[in-house]
Write a protein that binds this ligand. Structure first.
Ligand code: GLN
Length: 314
C-alpha cells in the first residue's frame, strides 16, 4: 500500500475536527430547495490508491448529488462523441472569474459562446452534444458512462433533487434560451430536452467513495488502475484535468491552485472530486458552502492534506 495512506490514517481524525469547525462559517445551498435538507456539519473524505487500498473518514457513505462535478464527465463523454473540434466549436477554454451561473460574459467572445464547459452555460451546451436520439437516450448514455467510470452499476439519479431543480431553474432556463437564440444550442436542440438531461446528470447520486473511484480513473489518465479497463482516451482526460485546474472551483480556482495545487471539481451539494496524478483518487463532502459555492470544510481539509504531503502539481 502507498506509504502516505498510513500517515494519512493517523492524522485524519485531527484534521477532520479542524476542518469541521469551519462549517459554521458557511451555508448549505438552498436555491435548489431539496439541497437545503443536507446536514450542514457533515464532513466525509475517501482517498483511494491504485491497488484499491483506501483511507476514509467521517461521513464518507453520505449520499449527495454530483451537481457540477458531473460536468467533468459529461465533457468527457461529449469529447468521446464529438471530438475536440466538435466540442470547442460550442464552448471556449477560458476561466471567467464570475459565478458559476453568471450571464455576464456570454456576449463577450463569439456571440453567445460560453467561456468554458464547467460554468452552467458551457455545461448546458456540452450536454446538448451528447449522442442520442431523445433526452432519455442521451441520459441513459450519460448514466452508463458514469457507472462505467465509477465501476458501480447501481449509480442513479435522485428524482426529488431532479424535480426540485427543474421546477426552480429560472436562471438556467434563461441561460439555455440565450444559448438557443445564439445558435450555441442548434436547431434540433429543444431547450427543455437539453435541460432535462442536464438536471438529471447534476442529480446523479454519489458518495465520497464513489467520487474517489471516478477520480482514480482521471488520476491514471483514463485507465482504471484497479481493473485495467481503458475507459477514456488520455488526451480527453488531459483536457478535463486542465479545466479542473483553471475553472473547477469556479472563481476560487486560482486560490485553490495556489493552496492545494490539484485538479478538482466542486458541486453545490458540497462534494469535491480531486486527485493526485498517478497516485490517488479523492472524494470529499461537506455541504456547508463558502461564498464562492465550494465546500468550506472540504476545501480546508484538502488544503491541509495537500500542503502536508506536498501534493501540489506545480
Ligand atoms: N445543478 C446545479 C445548477 O445548475 C449545478 C451547479 C453547481 O454545482 N455549482 O445550478
Amino acid at each position: 500500500p502507498d506509504p502516505q495512506l498510513q500517515s494519512l490514517r493517523e492524522r485524519l481524525p485531527q484534521w477532520m475536527d479542524a476542518s469541521r469547525g469551519k462549517a459554521a462559517e458557511g451555508r448549505v445551498a438552498s436555491y435548489i430547495p431539496e439541497l437545503a435538507k443536507a446536514p450542514a456539519d457533515a464532513l466525509g473524505v475517501c482517498v483511494l490508491a491504485a491497488d484499491g487500498s483506501s483511507v476514509f473518514a467521517g461521513d464518507c457513505g453520505l449520499p449527495f448529488t454530483m451537481q457540477s462535478i458531473s460536468k467533468v464527465f459529461t465533457l468527457l463523454l461529449a469529447l468521446k462523441d464529438k471530438g475536440e473540434t466538435g466540442v470547442f466549436a460550442r464552448v471556449g477554454m477560458e476561466p471567467t472569474g464570475d459565478d458559476f451561473n453568471s450571464m455576464l460574459k456570454l456576449e463577450l467572445v463569439e456571440p453567445g459562446k460560453p467561456f468554458n464547459p464547467l460554468i452552467n452555460a458551457g455545461a448546458i451546451a456540452v450536454t446538448s452534444l451528447i449522442d442520442g436520439a431523445t433526452p432519455a437516450d442521451k441520459f441513459s448514455r450519460v448514466l452508463a458512462f458514469f457507472r462505467e467510470v465509477a465501476d458501480d452499476p447501481t449509480l442513479d439519479y435522485n428524482e426529488a433533487v431532479y424535480h426540485s431543480e427543474s421546477a426552480t431553474a429560472h436562471r438556467n432556463r434563461s441561460l439555455a434560451y440565450f444559448l438557443k437564440d445564439n445558435g450555441v444550442l442548434s436547431e434540433n436542440d429543444e431547450v427543455e430536452d437539453v435541460l432535462e438531461v442536464y438536471f438529471k446528470h447534476c442529480a446523479v447520486e454519489t458518495t465520497c467513495r464513489n467520487l474517489a473511484r471516478m477520480a482514480l480513473v482521471l488520476a491514471f489518465d483514463g485507465t482504471d488502475p484497479i481493473s485495467g479497463r481503458e475507459l477514456i482516451p488520455r488526451r480527453y482526460v488531459q483536457i478535463a484535468k486542465t479545466f479542473m485546474v483553471t475553472c473547477g472551483m469556479y472563481n476560487a480556482s486560482g486560490e485553490f491552485a495556489i493552496r492545494a495545487g490539484l485538479p478538482a471539481k466542486s458541486g453545490v451539494s458540497g462534494g469535491i472530486l480531486t486527485l493526485v496524478p498517478g497516485r490517488f483518487g479523492i472524494g470529499v463532502v461537506g455541504p456547508s458552502l463558502n461564498g464562492k459555492g465550494n465546500s468550506i470544510a472540504g476545501v480546508h481539509l484538502l488544503e491541509t492534506m495537500s500542503s502536508h504531503f506536498d501534493w501540489s502539481i506545480f
